[in-house]
Ligand binder design. Structure first.
Ligand SMILES: CC(C)(COP(=O)(O)OP(=O)(O)OC[C@H]1O[C@@H](n2cnc3c(N)ncnc32)[C@H](O)[C@@H]1OP(=O)(O)O)[C@@H](O)C(=O)NCCC(=O)NCCS
Length: 195
């Protein structure tokens, strides 16, 4: 457990995470990014913010190799957002298949949106495969609406929806706070009752 009582934490991407993040990328996406793309984002793009979700049960490790292996198995998802001149762009979002359906993808997107609002973005946009209903449902919850359809956007020829959300104003910040409270409640360990 971390200091918030949650069994995981979300923190900024670090260089040591890149091999794990790219391995999840290869597992999840048809057109994964190479490690060099994350290196570029981390070191050379001041407008980019990347976060990883890391499980926190501390496993005692002794050697560097053990520590590295433990860390790799603990990172279960990540998100990226670029923010430039009042516009945010979600560049990536993924959760390992075995960890889906628990609200972790939402928590990652929420983190990216909070960052965007904090950095002064008025809108946030993204592209999503037209077949990716799971991600579209998640985005719709945060006010994203389809602006246009990008023909043959992906390497395999599938179209993308270009979606955008207006994240400006107190009402949106309040909404983010409400969702965070709901998510944190969902992740808190609940007492078990015995008869
Ligand atoms: C999209 C993705 C990140 C969602 O992660 P997740 O941890 O499973 O999502 P959550 O559990 O937080 O779900 C949040 C909401 O997303 C929607 N959603 C998630 N999985 C869904 C599914 N299989 N079918 C329909 N809606 C789904 C629901 O609205 C859900 O809310 P609910 O739990 O109240 O029903 C995950 O499916 C993933 O990594 N997919 C592959 C990579 C990808 O498509 N990334 C987006 C690129 S644009």
């Amino acid at each position: 457990m971390n200091e918030n009582g949650l069994p995981f934490k979300i923190r900024g991407l670090e260089a040591k995470d890149i091999p794990t993040v790219t391995s999840i990328d290869r597992l999840v996406f048809h057109d994964p990014w190479p490690e060099s793309a994350y290196v570029q984002e981390l070191y050379f793009n001041p407008n980019a913010h990347y976060f990883v979700l890391q499980l926190t049960p501390a496993m005692p490790t002794h050697t560097w190799a053990e520590r590295r292996a433990a860390l790799a198995s603990q990172i279960v998802g990540f998100v990226g957002v670029r923010i430039e001149m009042g516009s945010g762009h979600v560049s990536t979002l993924a959760v390992r298949p075995e960890w889906r359906g628990w609200g972790l993808g939402e928590l990652l997107l929420h983190t990216a949106l909070e960052q965007a609002v904090h950095s002064g973005a008025r809108t946030v946009a993204l592209e999503v495969r037209v077949s990716n209903v799971a991600a579209q449902n998640l985005y719709t919850r945060y006010g994203f609406a389809v602006v246009s359809q990008l023909r043959g956007y992906y390497a395999d020829g599938e179209d993308a929806y270009y979606m955008r959300a207006n994240v400006e104003g107190q009402a949106y910040s309040n909404y983010l706070q409400q969702r965070r409270a709901l998510l944190e409640h969902r992740f808190q360990p609940h007492p078990t009752y015995t008869a």
